[in-house]
Design a protein around this ligand. Structure first.
Ligand SMILES: [Zn+2]
Ligand SMILES: [Zn+2]
Length: 488
Protein backbone atom coordinates (compact mmCIF):
# COMPACT_ATOMS: atom_id res chain seq x y z
CA UNK A 1 0.00 0.00 0.00
CA UNK A 2 1.33 3.47 -0.87
CA UNK A 3 2.03 5.74 2.07
CA UNK A 4 2.32 9.42 2.69
CA UNK A 5 0.29 10.56 -0.30
CA UNK A 6 -2.93 12.52 -0.40
CA UNK A 7 -5.54 11.33 -2.90
CA UNK A 8 -4.48 12.89 -6.23
CA UNK A 9 -5.91 16.26 -7.27
CA UNK A 10 -8.45 16.41 -10.11
CA UNK A 11 -7.10 19.31 -12.16
CA UNK A 12 -6.96 22.16 -9.62
CA UNK A 13 -9.31 20.39 -7.24
CA UNK A 14 -7.67 19.18 -4.01
CA UNK A 15 -10.12 19.08 -1.11
CA UNK A 16 -7.94 17.21 1.37
CA UNK A 17 -6.52 19.71 3.85
CA UNK A 18 -6.95 20.88 7.43
CA UNK A 19 -10.48 22.25 7.95
CA UNK A 20 -9.85 24.01 11.26
CA UNK A 21 -10.46 27.68 10.48
CA UNK A 22 -8.08 28.99 13.13
CA UNK A 23 -5.24 26.64 12.11
CA UNK A 24 -2.37 28.01 9.95
CA UNK A 25 -2.74 24.85 7.81
CA UNK A 26 -6.39 25.60 6.96
CA UNK A 27 -6.64 25.08 3.21
CA UNK A 28 -3.01 23.98 2.81
CA UNK A 29 -2.50 21.10 0.36
CA UNK A 30 1.22 20.81 1.21
CA UNK A 31 1.75 17.16 2.25
CA UNK A 32 4.56 18.26 4.61
CA UNK A 33 1.92 19.82 6.84
CA UNK A 34 0.28 16.47 7.58
CA UNK A 35 0.96 12.99 8.78
CA UNK A 36 -0.48 10.68 6.15
CA UNK A 37 -0.58 6.98 7.02
CA UNK A 38 -2.31 3.98 5.45
CA UNK A 39 -0.89 1.18 7.59
CA UNK A 40 -3.31 1.26 10.51
CA UNK A 41 -6.93 1.39 9.34
CA UNK A 42 -8.09 2.02 12.93
CA UNK A 43 -6.28 5.37 12.95
CA UNK A 44 -6.98 8.47 10.86
CA UNK A 45 -5.24 8.57 7.49
CA UNK A 46 -4.57 12.30 7.63
CA UNK A 47 -3.57 14.26 10.76
CA UNK A 48 -2.74 17.96 10.76
CA UNK A 49 0.73 18.49 12.29
CA UNK A 50 -0.30 21.91 13.56
CA UNK A 51 -3.70 21.44 15.27
CA UNK A 52 -4.09 17.66 15.40
CA UNK A 53 -7.35 17.63 13.40
CA UNK A 54 -7.99 14.53 11.31
CA UNK A 55 -10.26 15.54 8.43
CA UNK A 56 -11.68 12.58 6.49
CA UNK A 57 -10.30 12.14 2.98
CA UNK A 58 -12.17 12.51 -0.30
CA UNK A 59 -11.46 11.22 -3.79
CA UNK A 60 -11.19 14.50 -5.76
CA UNK A 61 -11.92 12.78 -9.08
CA UNK A 62 -15.12 11.32 -7.66
CA UNK A 63 -16.22 14.75 -6.37
CA UNK A 64 -15.58 16.15 -9.83
CA UNK A 65 -17.51 13.30 -11.47
CA UNK A 66 -20.48 13.98 -9.18
CA UNK A 67 -20.27 17.70 -10.00
CA UNK A 68 -20.57 16.90 -13.72
CA UNK A 69 -23.51 14.54 -13.09
CA UNK A 70 -25.32 17.23 -11.08
CA UNK A 71 -24.65 19.86 -13.73
CA UNK A 72 -26.06 17.56 -16.43
CA UNK A 73 -29.20 16.95 -14.37
CA UNK A 74 -29.66 20.68 -13.72
CA UNK A 75 -29.30 21.36 -17.45
CA UNK A 76 -31.39 18.42 -18.67
CA UNK A 77 -33.74 19.68 -21.39
CA UNK A 78 -32.39 23.25 -21.27
CA UNK A 79 -31.38 24.96 -24.47
CA UNK A 80 -27.68 24.64 -23.53
CA UNK A 81 -24.53 22.66 -24.31
CA UNK A 82 -24.86 19.13 -22.87
CA UNK A 83 -21.31 17.93 -23.49
CA UNK A 84 -19.92 16.81 -20.07
CA UNK A 85 -16.36 17.64 -21.17
CA UNK A 86 -17.21 21.18 -22.28
CA UNK A 87 -16.68 24.31 -20.17
CA UNK A 88 -20.10 25.59 -21.34
CA UNK A 89 -21.99 22.53 -20.06
CA UNK A 90 -25.38 23.67 -18.75
CA UNK A 91 -24.97 27.37 -19.60
CA UNK A 92 -28.35 28.30 -21.13
CA UNK A 93 -28.33 30.11 -24.49
CA UNK A 94 -30.87 32.48 -22.96
CA UNK A 95 -28.33 33.92 -20.54
CA UNK A 96 -24.98 32.97 -22.13
CA UNK A 97 -25.37 34.18 -25.73
CA UNK A 98 -21.60 34.63 -26.09
CA UNK A 99 -21.00 30.88 -25.72
CA UNK A 100 -23.00 29.98 -28.86
CA UNK A 101 -23.57 30.69 -32.56
CA UNK A 102 -27.03 30.55 -34.14
CA UNK A 103 -26.70 27.63 -36.56
CA UNK A 104 -29.73 27.42 -38.85
CA UNK A 105 -33.03 25.71 -38.21
CA UNK A 106 -34.31 22.22 -37.62
CA UNK A 107 -37.91 22.35 -38.86
CA UNK A 108 -39.24 25.51 -37.21
CA UNK A 109 -36.85 25.23 -34.26
CA UNK A 110 -33.68 27.27 -33.90
CA UNK A 111 -30.39 25.33 -33.93
CA UNK A 112 -27.24 26.47 -32.04
CA UNK A 113 -23.56 25.55 -32.10
CA UNK A 114 -21.39 25.67 -28.97
CA UNK A 115 -18.23 27.76 -29.41
CA UNK A 116 -16.44 25.63 -26.82
CA UNK A 117 -16.91 22.13 -28.27
CA UNK A 118 -18.64 22.71 -31.67
CA UNK A 119 -21.55 20.42 -30.71
CA UNK A 120 -24.97 21.49 -31.99
CA UNK A 121 -28.40 21.32 -30.40
CA UNK A 122 -31.96 22.49 -31.02
CA UNK A 123 -34.01 24.92 -28.94
CA UNK A 124 -36.91 22.60 -28.16
CA UNK A 125 -38.73 25.42 -26.34
CA UNK A 126 -39.18 27.70 -29.34
CA UNK A 127 -42.74 27.47 -30.70
CA UNK A 128 -45.98 26.69 -28.85
CA UNK A 129 -46.47 23.95 -26.24
CA UNK A 130 -49.15 21.86 -27.95
CA UNK A 131 -49.60 19.73 -24.83
CA UNK A 132 -50.16 22.71 -22.53
CA UNK A 133 -53.82 21.98 -21.80
CA UNK A 134 -53.33 18.36 -20.78
CA UNK A 135 -50.21 19.24 -18.78
CA UNK A 136 -52.10 21.97 -16.92
CA UNK A 137 -54.68 19.41 -15.81
CA UNK A 138 -51.96 16.98 -14.83
CA UNK A 139 -50.24 19.63 -12.69
CA UNK A 140 -53.50 20.74 -11.11
CA UNK A 141 -54.20 17.13 -10.03
CA UNK A 142 -50.64 16.71 -8.74
CA UNK A 143 -50.85 19.89 -6.67
CA UNK A 144 -54.19 18.86 -5.17
CA UNK A 145 -52.71 15.66 -3.78
CA UNK A 146 -53.81 13.01 -6.29
CA UNK A 147 -51.78 9.84 -6.76
CA UNK A 148 -50.25 8.86 -10.10
CA UNK A 149 -52.81 6.08 -10.46
CA UNK A 150 -55.74 8.50 -10.02
CA UNK A 151 -54.27 11.04 -12.42
CA UNK A 152 -53.71 8.37 -15.04
CA UNK A 153 -57.30 7.20 -14.68
CA UNK A 154 -58.80 10.70 -14.88
CA UNK A 155 -56.69 11.75 -17.88
CA UNK A 156 -56.68 8.28 -19.51
CA UNK A 157 -52.88 8.13 -19.56
CA UNK A 158 -50.71 5.08 -19.05
CA UNK A 159 -47.95 5.46 -16.42
CA UNK A 160 -45.22 5.67 -19.08
CA UNK A 161 -46.98 8.63 -20.75
CA UNK A 162 -47.57 10.21 -17.36
CA UNK A 163 -43.84 10.18 -16.59
CA UNK A 164 -43.01 11.43 -20.11
CA UNK A 165 -45.24 14.42 -19.44
CA UNK A 166 -43.77 14.90 -15.98
CA UNK A 167 -40.23 14.93 -17.38
CA UNK A 168 -41.29 17.34 -20.10
CA UNK A 169 -42.88 19.70 -17.57
CA UNK A 170 -39.80 19.47 -15.33
CA UNK A 171 -37.52 20.45 -18.22
CA UNK A 172 -39.79 23.38 -19.06
CA UNK A 173 -39.67 24.46 -15.40
CA UNK A 174 -35.86 24.32 -15.41
CA UNK A 175 -35.83 26.44 -18.56
CA UNK A 176 -38.23 28.93 -16.94
CA UNK A 177 -36.24 29.09 -13.71
CA UNK A 178 -32.93 29.65 -15.52
CA UNK A 179 -34.03 33.16 -16.54
CA UNK A 180 -35.08 34.13 -12.99
CA UNK A 181 -32.02 32.52 -11.37
CA UNK A 182 -29.72 34.43 -13.70
CA UNK A 183 -31.46 37.73 -13.04
CA UNK A 184 -31.31 37.19 -9.28
CA UNK A 185 -27.64 36.20 -9.33
CA UNK A 186 -26.71 38.99 -11.72
CA UNK A 187 -28.49 41.81 -9.90
CA UNK A 188 -27.16 40.81 -6.48
CA UNK A 189 -23.70 41.46 -5.05
CA UNK A 190 -24.12 40.22 -1.51
CA UNK A 191 -26.51 38.15 0.50
CA UNK A 192 -27.50 35.55 3.02
CA UNK A 193 -27.96 32.00 1.78
CA UNK A 194 -29.18 28.99 3.72
CA UNK A 195 -28.48 25.29 3.10
CA UNK A 196 -30.72 22.60 4.56
CA UNK A 197 -31.07 18.86 4.17
CA UNK A 198 -33.81 16.34 4.87
CA UNK A 199 -34.74 12.81 3.83
CA UNK A 200 -36.49 12.98 0.45
CA UNK A 201 -39.14 10.53 1.68
CA UNK A 202 -39.23 10.81 5.48
CA UNK A 203 -41.08 7.52 6.05
CA UNK A 204 -39.18 5.42 3.55
CA UNK A 205 -35.77 5.12 5.25
CA UNK A 206 -34.31 4.60 1.79
CA UNK A 207 -31.19 6.68 2.46
CA UNK A 208 -32.00 9.42 -0.07
CA UNK A 209 -31.16 12.86 1.31
CA UNK A 210 -32.31 16.10 -0.30
CA UNK A 211 -30.01 19.12 -0.07
CA UNK A 212 -31.26 22.62 -0.96
CA UNK A 213 -29.60 26.04 -0.95
CA UNK A 214 -31.43 29.31 -1.44
CA UNK A 215 -31.75 32.95 -0.44
CA UNK A 216 -32.27 32.75 3.31
CA UNK A 217 -35.00 35.38 3.84
CA UNK A 218 -37.25 35.08 0.78
CA UNK A 219 -36.77 31.31 0.54
CA UNK A 220 -35.96 31.52 -3.19
CA UNK A 221 -34.31 28.15 -3.92
CA UNK A 222 -31.25 28.24 -6.19
CA UNK A 223 -29.86 24.75 -6.18
CA UNK A 224 -30.99 21.33 -4.98
CA UNK A 225 -29.48 17.87 -5.23
CA UNK A 226 -30.12 14.36 -3.97
CA UNK A 227 -27.54 11.67 -3.18
CA UNK A 228 -29.13 9.23 -5.59
CA UNK A 229 -28.81 8.35 -9.28
CA UNK A 230 -31.80 6.66 -10.85
CA UNK A 231 -29.54 4.23 -12.77
CA UNK A 232 -27.21 1.49 -11.52
CA UNK A 233 -23.45 1.89 -11.06
CA UNK A 234 -20.79 -0.70 -10.35
CA UNK A 235 -20.15 -0.64 -6.61
CA UNK A 236 -16.74 -2.00 -5.67
CA UNK A 237 -16.22 -1.56 -1.94
CA UNK A 238 -18.54 -1.76 1.01
CA UNK A 239 -16.22 0.62 2.89
CA UNK A 240 -15.32 4.08 1.65
CA UNK A 241 -11.76 4.03 0.28
CA UNK A 242 -10.87 7.47 -1.12
CA UNK A 243 -8.02 5.94 -3.16
CA UNK A 244 -10.43 3.76 -5.16
CA UNK A 245 -12.36 4.58 -8.30
CA UNK A 246 -16.19 4.56 -7.92
CA UNK A 247 -15.84 5.12 -4.15
CA UNK A 248 -18.68 7.64 -4.06
CA UNK A 249 -21.28 4.90 -4.59
CA UNK A 250 -22.79 3.13 -1.58
CA UNK A 251 -23.03 -0.63 -1.80
CA UNK A 252 -26.43 -2.11 -1.20
CA UNK A 253 -26.20 -3.40 2.35
CA UNK A 254 -28.31 -5.82 4.35
CA UNK A 255 -31.03 -4.04 6.24
CA UNK A 256 -29.59 -3.41 9.71
CA UNK A 257 -31.89 -2.46 12.51
CA UNK A 258 -30.74 0.21 14.91
CA UNK A 259 -31.28 -1.35 18.31
CA UNK A 260 -30.52 1.57 20.63
CA UNK A 261 -32.65 4.68 20.51
CA UNK A 262 -30.84 7.68 21.88
CA UNK A 263 -32.79 9.72 24.42
CA UNK A 264 -33.41 13.26 23.22
CA UNK A 265 -31.77 15.57 25.75
CA UNK A 266 -33.62 18.47 27.34
CA UNK A 267 -33.05 21.97 26.04
CA UNK A 268 -31.24 23.40 23.04
CA UNK A 269 -27.74 23.32 24.61
CA UNK A 270 -28.23 19.64 25.43
CA UNK A 271 -29.32 18.91 21.85
CA UNK A 272 -26.40 20.76 20.27
CA UNK A 273 -23.98 18.97 22.58
CA UNK A 274 -25.58 15.56 21.88
CA UNK A 275 -25.27 16.19 18.14
CA UNK A 276 -21.50 16.66 18.53
CA UNK A 277 -21.29 13.37 20.39
CA UNK A 278 -23.31 11.63 17.68
CA UNK A 279 -20.97 13.11 15.05
CA UNK A 280 -17.92 11.76 16.86
CA UNK A 281 -19.51 8.32 16.91
CA UNK A 282 -19.28 8.34 13.10
CA UNK A 283 -16.15 6.70 11.74
CA UNK A 284 -16.13 9.52 9.19
CA UNK A 285 -17.34 12.80 10.74
CA UNK A 286 -18.42 14.10 7.33
CA UNK A 287 -20.47 11.02 6.46
CA UNK A 288 -23.77 10.73 8.36
CA UNK A 289 -24.07 7.17 7.04
CA UNK A 290 -21.11 5.74 8.91
CA UNK A 291 -23.17 5.33 12.05
CA UNK A 292 -25.14 2.13 12.23
CA UNK A 293 -28.25 3.34 10.43
CA UNK A 294 -31.45 1.62 9.56
CA UNK A 295 -31.86 2.13 5.87
CA UNK A 296 -33.38 0.05 3.12
CA UNK A 297 -31.58 0.31 -0.20
CA UNK A 298 -33.73 1.46 -3.17
CA UNK A 299 -34.77 -1.29 -5.60
CA UNK A 300 -33.38 0.64 -8.53
CA UNK A 301 -30.54 3.10 -8.89
CA UNK A 302 -27.54 3.90 -6.71
CA UNK A 303 -27.03 5.86 -3.49
CA UNK A 304 -24.16 8.34 -3.38
CA UNK A 305 -22.13 8.96 -0.22
CA UNK A 306 -23.57 12.25 1.07
CA UNK A 307 -20.18 13.99 1.29
CA UNK A 308 -19.73 13.67 -2.51
CA UNK A 309 -23.19 15.12 -3.18
CA UNK A 310 -22.58 17.98 -0.74
CA UNK A 311 -19.08 18.98 -1.91
CA UNK A 312 -20.25 18.84 -5.55
CA UNK A 313 -23.31 20.95 -4.64
CA UNK A 314 -21.12 23.78 -3.27
CA UNK A 315 -18.70 23.47 -6.20
CA UNK A 316 -21.67 24.04 -8.52
CA UNK A 317 -22.85 26.97 -6.40
CA UNK A 318 -19.45 28.70 -6.37
CA UNK A 319 -19.29 30.02 -9.97
CA UNK A 320 -22.88 31.32 -9.66
CA UNK A 321 -21.70 33.65 -6.88
CA UNK A 322 -18.35 34.58 -8.45
CA UNK A 323 -19.13 38.31 -8.54
CA UNK A 324 -20.77 38.54 -5.10
CA UNK A 325 -18.67 40.58 -2.69
CA UNK A 326 -20.08 39.24 0.54
CA UNK A 327 -21.76 35.89 1.19
CA UNK A 328 -22.98 34.34 4.43
CA UNK A 329 -24.23 30.75 4.41
CA UNK A 330 -26.48 29.58 7.25
CA UNK A 331 -27.02 25.91 7.96
CA UNK A 332 -28.28 23.65 10.71
CA UNK A 333 -25.57 22.05 12.88
CA UNK A 334 -24.04 19.40 10.62
CA UNK A 335 -20.27 19.11 10.11
CA UNK A 336 -20.79 17.81 6.57
CA UNK A 337 -22.46 21.06 5.47
CA UNK A 338 -19.87 23.13 7.34
CA UNK A 339 -16.85 21.26 5.98
CA UNK A 340 -18.08 21.16 2.40
CA UNK A 341 -18.89 24.88 2.39
CA UNK A 342 -15.62 25.89 4.10
CA UNK A 343 -13.55 23.65 1.86
CA UNK A 344 -15.06 24.79 -1.41
CA UNK A 345 -14.88 28.49 -0.45
CA UNK A 346 -11.57 28.05 1.39
CA UNK A 347 -9.75 31.08 -0.14
CA UNK A 348 -12.87 33.26 0.20
CA UNK A 349 -13.27 32.25 3.82
CA UNK A 350 -9.72 33.42 4.56
CA UNK A 351 -10.43 36.69 2.71
CA UNK A 352 -13.64 37.04 4.77
CA UNK A 353 -15.70 37.24 1.57
CA UNK A 354 -17.62 34.11 2.62
CA UNK A 355 -18.62 33.02 6.11
CA UNK A 356 -20.63 30.15 7.51
CA UNK A 357 -22.97 30.26 10.51
CA UNK A 358 -24.73 27.38 12.26
CA UNK A 359 -28.29 28.22 13.34
CA UNK A 360 -30.37 26.14 15.78
CA UNK A 361 -33.55 27.11 17.57
CA UNK A 362 -36.42 25.44 19.39
CA UNK A 363 -40.06 25.44 18.35
CA UNK A 364 -40.92 28.39 20.60
CA UNK A 365 -38.51 30.87 19.03
CA UNK A 366 -40.37 33.76 17.33
CA UNK A 367 -38.84 34.86 14.01
CA UNK A 368 -37.03 38.18 14.31
CA UNK A 369 -37.17 38.17 18.14
CA UNK A 370 -34.50 40.26 19.90
CA UNK A 371 -32.11 38.25 22.07
CA UNK A 372 -32.24 38.94 25.80
CA UNK A 373 -29.05 37.77 27.50
CA UNK A 374 -26.33 36.06 25.41
CA UNK A 375 -24.25 33.16 26.75
CA UNK A 376 -21.06 32.11 24.95
CA UNK A 377 -20.20 28.39 25.15
CA UNK A 378 -17.25 26.57 23.55
CA UNK A 379 -18.35 23.11 22.42
CA UNK A 380 -16.81 19.91 21.04
CA UNK A 381 -13.27 18.93 20.08
CA UNK A 382 -13.29 21.86 17.63
CA UNK A 383 -14.14 24.29 20.48
CA UNK A 384 -16.83 25.81 18.28
CA UNK A 385 -17.90 29.14 19.73
CA UNK A 386 -21.69 29.13 20.19
CA UNK A 387 -23.91 32.00 21.34
CA UNK A 388 -27.14 30.98 23.11
CA UNK A 389 -30.03 33.25 23.97
CA UNK A 390 -33.64 33.26 25.09
CA UNK A 391 -36.57 35.43 24.18
CA UNK A 392 -39.86 34.75 25.91
CA UNK A 393 -40.31 30.97 25.79
CA UNK A 394 -37.96 30.48 22.87
CA UNK A 395 -34.27 29.53 22.71
CA UNK A 396 -31.92 30.12 19.78
CA UNK A 397 -28.22 29.50 19.19
CA UNK A 398 -25.72 30.44 16.49
CA UNK A 399 -22.11 29.52 15.84
CA UNK A 400 -20.16 31.86 13.55
CA UNK A 401 -17.30 29.82 12.13
CA UNK A 402 -15.49 33.01 11.21
CA UNK A 403 -15.31 33.55 15.00
CA UNK A 404 -16.12 37.21 14.39
CA UNK A 405 -16.84 38.43 17.90
CA UNK A 406 -19.39 41.16 18.47
CA UNK A 407 -21.87 40.02 15.81
CA UNK A 408 -23.64 37.47 18.02
CA UNK A 409 -26.72 39.62 18.71
CA UNK A 410 -27.05 40.44 15.02
CA UNK A 411 -26.87 36.79 13.93
CA UNK A 412 -29.19 35.69 16.72
CA UNK A 413 -31.80 38.02 15.26
CA UNK A 414 -31.15 37.65 11.52
CA UNK A 415 -29.59 34.23 10.86
CA UNK A 416 -32.28 31.75 9.86
CA UNK A 417 -32.80 28.51 7.99
CA UNK A 418 -36.60 28.73 8.47
CA UNK A 419 -37.58 29.66 4.90
CA UNK A 420 -35.58 26.79 3.42
CA UNK A 421 -36.76 24.31 6.05
CA UNK A 422 -40.36 25.28 5.25
CA UNK A 423 -39.63 24.70 1.56
CA UNK A 424 -38.85 21.06 2.33
CA UNK A 425 -41.68 20.65 4.86
CA UNK A 426 -44.25 22.02 2.39
CA UNK A 427 -43.09 19.53 -0.22
CA UNK A 428 -43.66 16.67 2.19
CA UNK A 429 -47.12 18.00 3.09
CA UNK A 430 -48.17 18.97 -0.44
CA UNK A 431 -47.22 15.61 -1.96
CA UNK A 432 -47.71 13.43 1.13
CA UNK A 433 -49.64 10.69 -0.70
CA UNK A 434 -47.22 10.56 -3.59
CA UNK A 435 -44.07 10.69 -1.43
CA UNK A 436 -45.29 7.98 0.94
CA UNK A 437 -46.94 5.61 -1.55
CA UNK A 438 -45.81 2.15 -0.37
CA UNK A 439 -44.63 1.14 -3.85
CA UNK A 440 -42.62 4.34 -4.23
CA UNK A 441 -40.66 4.03 -1.00
CA UNK A 442 -37.90 2.07 -2.66
CA UNK A 443 -38.31 3.78 -6.05
CA UNK A 444 -37.37 7.41 -5.47
CA UNK A 445 -36.52 8.01 -9.15
CA UNK A 446 -40.08 9.03 -10.08
CA UNK A 447 -39.92 11.95 -7.62
CA UNK A 448 -36.89 13.61 -9.22
CA UNK A 449 -38.79 15.51 -11.96
CA UNK A 450 -41.31 16.57 -9.32
CA UNK A 451 -38.52 18.28 -7.35
CA UNK A 452 -37.77 20.68 -10.22
CA UNK A 453 -41.46 21.36 -10.82
CA UNK A 454 -41.85 22.04 -7.11
CA UNK A 455 -38.87 24.43 -7.08
CA UNK A 456 -40.40 26.43 -9.95
CA UNK A 457 -43.81 26.48 -8.29
CA UNK A 458 -42.34 27.49 -4.92
CA UNK A 459 -40.12 30.28 -6.31
CA UNK A 460 -42.59 31.72 -8.81
CA UNK A 461 -46.18 30.76 -7.84
CA UNK A 462 -46.42 30.07 -4.10
CA UNK A 463 -47.47 33.06 -1.97
CA UNK A 464 -46.61 33.56 1.69
CA UNK A 465 -48.79 35.28 4.31
CA UNK A 466 -47.98 38.66 2.74
CA UNK A 467 -49.29 37.32 -0.62
CA UNK A 468 -45.81 37.52 -2.11
CA UNK A 469 -43.81 34.83 -3.91
CA UNK A 470 -40.09 34.41 -3.19
CA UNK A 471 -39.39 35.86 -6.67
CA UNK A 472 -41.49 38.92 -5.77
CA UNK A 473 -39.62 39.38 -2.48
CA UNK A 474 -36.41 39.53 -4.50
CA UNK A 475 -37.91 42.02 -6.96
CA UNK A 476 -37.63 39.61 -9.91
CA UNK A 477 -41.28 39.90 -10.91
CA UNK A 478 -44.28 41.96 -9.80
CA UNK A 479 -46.90 39.20 -9.77
CA UNK A 480 -47.21 35.52 -8.91
CA UNK A 481 -47.14 33.10 -11.84
CA UNK A 482 -49.89 30.50 -12.26
CA UNK A 483 -49.38 26.81 -13.02
CA UNK A 484 -50.45 27.64 -16.56
CA UNK A 485 -47.70 30.30 -16.80
CA UNK A 486 -45.10 27.64 -15.98
CA UNK A 487 -46.16 25.71 -19.09
CA UNK A 488 -46.14 28.62 -21.55
ZN1 LIG B 1 -4.82 22.11 11.37
ZN1 LIG C 1 -20.00 22.83 -25.55
Amino acid sequence: MSSGKLPPAAGDLQLNFCKTLTCPNFGSTDEQHYLVQHTNPARPTLVCRECGAFPPLLNNHQVHAELITQRQLHADGLCACTNPDCEHLGNPVLTHRACYHAFGYSGDKQRYRCKGCQSTFVDRWSGVNKKSELQQKLLAYLFTGHTVREICRRLTLNPKTFYDHLNHIAARCRQKLAAYDTRFLGETTQGHLASVHAPLQPHSQNGVQWLATGEAHSGYVLLQDVNYHSYDHPVVNAQHDPYQDHCRFIASAPDVDRSETLATPEGLLGRVDAKYRAVFARSNVEDPYTQPLHFIYPNRGTLIRPQYTTYAHYLNLKPLLAHWQNIVVFSPQEPLLRSACLSVFEADIRDKRVSHVYVEQDAYWQPGAEPEKIDIVLLSWWRDRWAFTRSGEGTKAICDHGQAKGKEAYWLTHASCDALKKYQQHFHQQFALLVNEPRRRLRPGGLLPLLDIYRAWHNLCWQDKQHQTPAQHLGLTDRPLTLADLLL
